[in-house]
Design a protein around this ligand. Structure first.
Ligand SMILES: Cc1ncc(COP(=O)(O)O)c(C=O)c1O
Length: 372
C-alpha cells in the first residue's frame, strides 16, 4: 500500500544509534547549538503575537524579512539578490526539499560529497533521482578533475555544503571558484547549503553565488541564531537563473500546497535576529574554545582533521573497528556520537558534536582516552 517513493527512503540511522543511549549519556551527537535563542529575538516574536501576527503570511514570506535578507547578502558577501528572488521556508530542510523536488526528474543525477548531510541523498531518492558521491581525501578535499569526469548528460546538480556537516571542513576560495566554473561550463546548478556560514574559525566562508549565477543559496536561522525549533530558513536565486528557469514560482507551487508559509510570528523573530551579530560572535568564540579542547584530546588517539567551521569533528576511527562498532562502544560508555554510515557509505569515521558543555567534553575525552 505504501508508495514506492516512501519505501525508497530509509529512516536516519542516527535514530537507531540514539536508541541505545541512557540518561547519563554525554551528548556529542547533537546537531544544534546548545545556546538559548537570544532574548531580543524571543521578545520580537512575542510582540508579533501580541500584535496579532498569527495569520498566514504571503507564501514567499513577509516582505520586510526578504528585504532584510537581500541587504544582508549584499553587506556580508557582496551578493546581489533582490527580495523578489528570495523566499522564506520552514528551515533549510524545506529549502533543500523545494530545490531538489523542483529540479530532479526520475533518473537525473545529483553529485554530492562522499560524507554528506543526511537529507540530501534521501531527498534525491524521494525525487527518484540518482546520487553520485565524489570521494574526499584525508583533508576532505575533492579532486576537481574527478568531479568533471563524473559529469554526464543526466547530471543536473551539484549539492554543495561548506562549512560542511559532518566533516567540519570549510572550502577555500579556489575550490568554490572551481565548482562555480564547472557549473557554468557544464550547465549544471549548484544547490549551496550554507547553514553554517557564520560558524567559522580561522578560515573565511565563500559562497558559490559570489562567483556564478548558476547556484541556489539555501540558508536558515537555525544554527546562526540558535533557532532550530523556529523553523525559519530561506532560498535565494540569482536573477539570471530565475529568469531562465522561473525557479521561485516553481518553489512556491510546492510550498503553497504543502506548507503554505513559514510560521508568521517566527518570521518576525527572524527579522529581529538579522539586526545584530553579537550573539553569533560570542557563540562562535565559545565553539572555538571547545573545538580546540576536543581536537587536542582526540588527535593523539585518532587520525583527525581540525575543523575550520561548524561544531562537528570527524575522526577516522578505523584503527579500532568499523564506525558502527566504535560508535556502539562509545554509546555503551555513555558518549553519544554518530557513525559515518549515517552520512554516506563510509564506515570509518565518527561524528562528534561539540555543541555541548566544555566540562562534558572534558569528561568525554577522559572516557575516550581510557577506551582506546
Ligand atoms: C548541512 C545542513 N543543512 C541543513 C540542515 C537543516 O537545517 P534547518 O534546521 O534549517 O532545517 C542541517 C541541520 O542539521 C544541516 O546540518
Amino acid at each position: 500500500m505504501i508508495a514506492k517513493r516512501c519505501l525508497n527512503i530509509k529512516p536516519s540511522p542516527i535514530r537507531e544509534v540514539f536508541n541505545l543511549a541512557n540518561s547519563n549519556s554525554i551528548n556529542l551527537g547533537i546537531g544544534e547549538p546548545d545556546f538559548k535563542t537570544p532574548e531580543y529575538i524571543i521578545e520580537a516574536a512575542k510582540r508579533a503575537l501580541d500584535e496579532g501576527k498569527t495569520h498566514y503570511s504571503p507564501n514567499n514570506g513577509i516582505p520586510e524579512l526578504r528585504e532584510a535578507i537581500s541587504e544582508k547578502l549584499k553587506k556580508d558577501y557582496n551578493i546581489e539578490v533582490s527580495c523578489d528572488n528570495i523566499m522564506i521556508t520552514c528551515g533549510a530542510s524545506e529549502g533543500l526539499m523545494l530545490a531538489i523536488l523542483s529540479l530532479v526528474d526520475r533518473g537525473d543525477v545529483a553529485i554530492v560529497k562522499e560524507h554528506t548531510f543526511v537529507s540530501y541523498n534521501s531527498l534525491i531518492n524521494l525525487a527518484e533521482g540518482q546520487v553520485k558521491a565524489i570521494s574526499l581525501n584525508e583533508e576532505f578535499e575533492f579532486d576537481v578533475e574527478e568531479l568533471k569526469e563524473m559529469i554526464d548528460k543526466r547530471t543536473k546538480l551539484i549539492i554543495y555544503n561548506s562549512p560542511s556537516n559532518p566533516t567540519g571542513k570549510v572550502y577555500d576560495k579556489e575550490t568554490v571558484k572551481a565548482i562555480s566554473e564547472i557549473a557554468e561550463d557544464y550547465n549544471l546548478i549548484i544547490i549551496s547549503d550554507e547553514v553554517y556560514d557564520k560558524i567559522v574559525y580561522e578560515k573565511k566562508h565563500y559562497s558559490p553565488l559570489q562567483f556564478t549565477d548558476r547556484a541556489i543559496l539555501v540558508n536558515s536561522f537555525s544554527k546562526t541564531y540558535a533557532m532550530t525549533g523556529w523553523r525559519v530558513g530561506y532560498l535565494a536565486v540569482p536573477e539570471e537563473l530565475n529568469n531562465e528557469l522561473n525557479l521561485i514560482d516553481n518553489f512556491i507551487k510546492i510550498h503553497q500546497y504543502s506548507f503554505a508559509c513559514a510560521t508568521t510570528f517566527a518570521q518576525y523573530g527572524a527579522l529581529e535576529a538579522l539586526k545584530r551579530d553579537d550573539f553569533v560572535n560570542k557563540m562562535v568564540k565559545e565553539f572555538k574554545r571547545r573545538r580546540n579542547l576536543i581536537y587536542k584530546g582526540l588527535k593523539d588517539i585518532f587520525n583527525v582533521y581540525k575543523p575550520d567551521g561548524t561544531f562537528y569533528i570527524y575522526p577516522d576511527v578505523s584503527e579500532y573497528g568499523d564506525s558502527l562498532e566504535v560508535a556502539k562502544k562509545l554509546i555503551e560508555n555513555n558518549i553519544l556520537c554518530v557513525p559515518s554510515i549515517a552520512f554516506g557509505n563510509s564506515n570509518k569515521y565518527i561524528r562528534f558534536s561539540f555543541a555541548t558543555k566544555y566540562e562534558d567534553i572534558e569528561k568525554a575525552i577522559e572516557i575516550i582516552k581510557e577506551l582506546f
